[in-house]
Design a binder for this molecule. Structure first.
Ligand code: GAL
Length: 749
């Protein structure tokens, strides 16, 4: 049977790539994958420093297991242009930084120590998508995903593609197409087992292994559960190739039964309308770039699903980590996946690669039930009939079960896909004060498409650069970001022809000098780069039934003199409560209902307290005393949440929280630690900017610098595993608060 092993440890990493590197081990640093070639500062850096060549070398000692078998390396992702050598010979090359590739070692392995040398070029080679123009993100160099060593017999199972025709019929059907690789098997059999989520067999079929491909079909299956965002039920197909020489193979594919369709009347999941509420995600992290391991990828999916209540993520602007997508399958987060690219179209070779990327992406990911749309157009590129006829036709030929989309940013573009997807940045394109705006938040489908007929339509970006907002920005600027999110979501919920909208974006990201705030960061997220929420995150967080989680978040730092002219009105309170009561000092208490007039379509409109409902004097005029406030939230008449804000905040406590108590030594794992400077009622102090020093003791390593500052009353960092186990002590020192410490455990399990 197939043997698959992680091949991540003990790579020797060095800068540059001289010719002798293919034959000789060089001096270098011992690293574990995923690896980032150059750790960047948080901001204000020269992005040219990783745009050059790097060398990764590793020895592989001959094992008796290799004898008479096929030995491969599979690279899940290396940026951007890779060439693999074995014992001096070039054995594989791949010119895309986001899709996997294999290097076949078999023929050149020697019975001793084998030298693998990988030349990685981080250059922005204009022959390779997404390069050639300016792109608003960074493509950090390195072997930034996992590498796997695979050993199979001379015939192996190469791919499995699973389809579930008519998934809404009471009795279900599943069809699996498989391809064999290598020598044509003689007298072999292939067995296909359909397993439930506990690994129990539901059905089994067998056939002779003749030819290079084959198909299995199971019909009339009873008791199958659908995959849905609320109950993401997964099934598994396990294919076993048995050969007379005993050298068989086994490969599995997880999948789900679900239907997903964008229609002119909106998106339907399993035949039911579902308004898409999503965010775009870049796969980058501070300092570590793209090179974060499995659990950090999974946590991003969880943040989107559970903290932000998104039902869809767009993998802008490239195929993302398999760990991330696997987790989207497990937790029920829909995905719109895309090929690499950003506005620019290159020459013929470049375009050929873009078409190939469609194939790489779909073949890698066609079994994920979470993926409901293939992006087959370079994000925001001009129309190009030839190119996009090719990408669409390839996508349809490889996968007839999913629709295609092509994200554009201009109206009346040539519509070759199944779903017209548009980055609609109309809101804020005219500067109007939000409170009396009546401004347009989203355009309607026919205006954008110019088609004069209803077609499936999805808004794939909004906000972003129209109103960059730093996590430490002043209250009014942050409130405006909140207002824009509220208005766009409200507009999307109010228009049946809009399948939904995907905001730009989940978290801030490093970028080129030509974008962002001059600091090499686009502060476009509803969270910052550390995934710490801005107020706008509360817009998403509050759109959930209070039986799941009660939310009450006043969009204010609660200070008399933070805003222009002073005071806190108008005050938006993001909440899913039926009503809230606000108490101020000892005299003022008033109850408010969600603002259904301003946001009639939102599932959970915020409360808006403005000068019409409250006279400014009741909260005290300039010069009078500023007091504490309490917000009480009620659901069905019962008080379910209480939020206090101090009128006289005093720095009281420094609190450390880790997002997990254990660090896995068996893989490149990282946990995030948040440090909060809290006042006496437990609110982070927005403008406290004290310095901090971080000390990590034990088998773990701090990612990024050991000296930090609070921003918006919070600081965060990741701590990464080493290969050792044991207790890890993380201490943070601040001159004001002294030292706080937490302990975590680096474990093998
Ligand atoms: C879009 C683009 C995104 C990002 C965004 C900023 O035009 O697709 O990648 O740059 O603008 O708002």
């Amino acid at each position: 049977m197939r043997i698959v092993r992680q091949f991540n440890k003990n790579w020797i990493f060095s800068e540059g790539f001289e010719a002798d590197a293919v034959r000789q081990m060089r001096e270098g640093e011992v690293v574990r994958l995923p690896h980032n070639a150059v750790d960047l500062p948080l901001n204000y850096f020269d992005e040219g420093i990783y745009q050059r060549e790097f060398c990764y070398q590793k020895t592989l000692d001959w094992e008796p297991k290799f004898d008479g078998r096929e030995v491969w390396l599979r690279f899940d992702g290396a940026m951007a242009d890779s060439v693999v050598h074995l014992n001096g010979s070039r054995i594989a090359a791949h010119t895309d930084g986001y899709t996997p590739f294999c290097a076949r070692l078999t023929d050149r392995l020697i019975r001793g120590s084998n030298l693998i040398a990988v030349r990685i070029s981080g250059e922005e080679n204009s022959e390779i998508p997404p390069f050639g123009g300016q792109i608003d993100y960074l493509t950090y160099a390195g072997i930034y995903r996992d590498v796997w060593l695979t050993i199979t017999g001379k015939s192996w199972i190469d791919t499995i593609k699973v389809e579930t025709p008519d998934p809404l019929m009471p009795r279900k059907c599943v069809r699996a197409e498989f391809r064999l690789g290598g020598a044509l098997p003689a007298n072999g059999t292939v067995e296909c087992r359909l397993l439930d989520s506990d690994g129990r067999p539901i059905a089994i079929r067998q056939r002779c292994a003749t030819g290079t491909c084959g198909e299995f079909e199971f019909r009339d299956l009873d008791g199958i559960e659908l995959w849905d965002i609320e109950s993401p039920m997964l099934y598994r197909l396990e294919l076993t190739l048995t050969l007379p020489d005993g050298n068989g193979d086994r490969l599995t594919a997880d999948f789900g039964f679900r239907s997903a369709e964008f229609t002119p009347e909106g998106f339907m999941l399993n035949g039911r309308p579902l308004k898409i509420v999503g965010l775009n995600r870049h796969q980058s992290f501070p300092h570590a770039g793209y090179a974060m391991g499995r659990r950090a990828q999974e946590r991003d999916a969880e943040i989107l699903k559970h903290e932000l209540n998104c039902n869809l993520v767009r993998t802008s602007h490239y195929p993302q980590s398999p760990w991330f997508l696997d987790h989207c399958d497990r937790i029920g987060l829909l995905v719109f996946e895309e090929i690499p690219g950003w506005q620019h179209l290159g020459g013929e070779g470049w375009k050929r690669r873009a078409v190939e990327n469609v194939g790489h992406m779909i073949r890698r990911d066609w079994n994920h039930p979470s993926i409901v749309l293939w992006g087959v157009r370079i994000n925001e590129s001009p129309d190009d009939s030839d190119l996009y006829r090719q990408t669409n036709s390839l996508a349809r030929q490889l996968d007839s079960t999913r629709q295609t989309a092509g994200v554009r940013n201009f109206a009346a573009s040539e519509f070759l896909e199944d779903v017209y997807t548009m980055n609609d940045f109309v809101i804020g394109s005219e500067e109007l004060p939000w409170i009396n705006s009546g401004r347009i938040a989203l355009r309607n489908q026919e205006e954008v498409t110019g088609l004069g007929r209803p077609v499936p339509y999805l808004v794939t970006e909004f906000n972003g650069h129209m109103h960059p907002t730093k996590i430490w920005d002043n209250e009014q600027r942050q409130m405006e970001q909140v207002a824009r999110y509220l208005e766009v979501l409200n507009a999307s919920f109010g228009d049946r022809q809009i399948s939904g909208c995907i905001g730009w974006c989940m978290s801030d990201y490093n970028t080129h000098k030509d974008f962002g705030s001059g600091d090499r960061i686009c502060h476009h997220g509803v969270m910052d780069m550390f995934r710490l929420p801005k107020f706008a995150a509360g817009v998403y967080a509050s759109q959930v039934d209070p039986s799941k989680k009660v939310v009450l978040q006043p969009v204010t730092f609660w200070a008399r003199g933070e805003r222009s002219i002073g005071g806190v009105l108008p005050l938006i309170v993001l909440t899913n409560c039926d009503e809230i009561e606000m108490r101020f000092g000892s005299d003022f208490a008033m109850t408010f209902e969600p603002s259904r007039t301003k946001y009639p379509n939102l599932p959970f409109p915020p409360v808006v307290i403005d000068h019409l409902s409250v006279s400014s004097d009741s909260l005290g005029a300039w010069g009078s005393e500023w007091d504490d406030t309490v917000f009480l939230g009620r659901v069905a008449g019962e008080c379910v949440i209480e939020v206090r804000m101090a009128g006289n905040p005093v720095a009281t406590e420094m609190k450390l929280t880790a997002d997990c108590e254990t660090l896995l030594a068996t893989e490149k794992d990282a946990i995030r630690v948040d440090v909060q400077a809290l006042d006496q009622v437990g609110t982070p102090m927005p403008f406290l900017t004290d310095p901090l020093t971080v000390v990590v003791e034990g088998p773990a390593r701090l990612i990024g610098p050991a000296m930090l500052v609070f921003r918006r009353g919070t600081a965060a960092f990741w701590v990464e595993s080493t290969e050792m186990t044991g207790a890890v002590e993380i201490s943070v020192f601040s001159p004001r608060f002294g030292t706080s410490t937490i302990e975590i455990e680096a474990v093998c399990e």
